[in-house]
Design a protein around this ligand. Structure first.
Ligand SMILES: [Zn+2]
Length: 333
């Protein structure tokens, strides 16, 4: 089969899996919320009854009843939203979640390919895009522990760099295995060259292989998108606007090299919004950075710092710069 056709079919399957996953997500959310807020279950029953009555009124041609039921429904819907919000949930928490609201994750709008589908197809076919290229090499199967020292114990962690890395890679595999059931976000931090990007690429690869929507961005690119969106809310169909939506809705957002971007108070507040909204939607985010926790606190606002340190799993990578080790190996061989 032609490469493009293969990719096309693979994408269609992944859209179907996305829809199934979202339906399951919605069902699980509903069950949890019903348990916490039985009043909400009662409202949903009222809504169902009134919908049945509306169908009957429509069949009977009773327009005044239909009118009244319509108003009832709107009233119940707004009560539901208020109830959800008072319990700390987003108002749309029980709506069917969409990765792309424009095509409702079908990939098509009136038989035309949606922008998200075009983008995904281009991405899948693109040879210039660095991620798919890297991912051939950077995956869990190619992960080598041999660059991590197993002799010197780190006094703070009470582990050798290798033991530390083994523990983290095991947790990374667990993160991937449980991805659909456990929403978790991760901060990977440590010095240059200790394998942070490699590790996040391994995670990206594993989740792309299981048909998840993964967006990988350097923090530099991410802040550029934020900045571009600041002055341009109108062209919702343009590539950047859809990418902007993706940043908030994709299954996994990877922000690589946080701290290297050109930031200002606007982009920093966008970073908070992004982190916060993804967390409210129970979407996972992986952030990697060369900054220490202290530097992170100094550079970003207190609320960003506390969102990350309070809610993210922290993976501290230690060891020597692998790129330097590899170069030295090269010069000896
Ligand atoms: Zn779409």
């Amino acid at each position: 089969m032609h490469q493009e056709e293969l990719q096309y079919n693979k994408l269609l399957r992944s859209y179907e899996e996305t829809r199934t996953r979202h339906l399951r997500e919605q069902k699980e959310r509903r069950e949890t919320v019903y348990e916490k807020l039985p009043e909400l279950a009662a409202l949903d029953r009222k809504l169902a009854e009134s919908s049945v009555a509306a169908v009957k009124a429509a069949l009977d041609g009773d327009s005044s009843a239909l009118d009244r039921l319509g108003k009832d429904n709107a009233q119940i819907a707004s009560e539901k939203k208020a109830l959800l919000q008072s319990a700390g949930y987003p108002a749309d928490y029980l709506e069917l979640p969409y990765t792309c609201p424009d095509c409702k994750d079908t990939g098509f709008i009136n038989k035309e390919k949606c922008h998200c589908f075009k983008q995904a197809l281009t991405f899948a076919l693109s040879e210039t895009s660095t991620l798919p290229h890297l991912l051939k090499q950077e995956n869990f199967e190619h992960f080598s522990f041999s660059y991590y020292d197993d002799m010197t114990t780190d006094s703070r962690l009470q582990l050798t760099p290798r033991e530390n890395m083994e523990k983290i890679v095991a947790d990374a595999k667990q993160f991937v295995d449980e991805f659909d059931s456990v929403s978790r976000s991760i901060l990977i931090y440590g010095n240059t060259g200790v394998g942070k990007t490699f590790l996040s690429n391994c995670i990206a690869k594993a989740l792309l292989d299981t048909a998840h929507h993964v967006v990988y961005m350097t923090s530099h690119n991410l802040f550029e998108v934020f900045e571009a969106h600041r002055f341009d809310h109108t062209t919702e169909s343009s590539g950047d606007a859809s990418l902007y939506q993706y940043i908030f809705h994709c299954d996994l957002l990877i922000i690589d090299d946080l701290g290297t971007e050109l930031s200002n108070s606007f982009t920093n507040s966008m970073l908070y919004t992004c982190i916060n909204e993804r967390q409210l939607r129970k979407k996972s985010t992986v952030i990697s950075t060369n900054l220490s926790l202290e530097q992170l606190r100094d550079r970003y606002s207190e609320r960003i710092f506390s969102r990350i340190t309070g809610n993210y799993t922290l993976w501290k990578l230690i060891g020597k710069d692998i790129r330097v080790l590899k170069r030295m190996e090269g010069s000896f061989s």
